[in-house]
Design a protein around this ligand. Sequence first.
Ligand code: ZN
Length: 136
Amino acid sequence: MMLLTRRAEFSAAHYYWVEAWSAEENVRAFGACANRNGHGHNYTLEVTVAGEVDAVTGFVVDLKALKEIMEREVVGVYDHRHLNLEVAEFKAMLPTTENIAIAVWRRLEGKIPGARLERVRVYEMAELFAEYRGGK
Ligand SMILES: [Zn+2]
């Protein structure tokens, strides 16, 4: 079994806010991220797929297809958007790095021809990433 990882980048704005909490509680929990005007990040996304190396092509996955799926399903939807206000799944959950990794998984799972989605990593900054393996 072979793992192959493709990286992509997108820039997006977000804020963290729980409606059921008071302003003080939100600031206590989320600090600067509780600013409801939002702030931006340059995110890095790493998508890892697993499969067997094809005896003829030497590939585990069609690289062009993987790039297009990531572009269509994630980067094209998230890039230069305010995640809370403009992306449907973040109306129901806060766009934390962890939740973005889960959302990316849900957007890509089952859509990569010939390979299995193995891991999604989302970096909010170089020093911090969340990794999701679909409940494994
Ligand atoms: Zn932030």
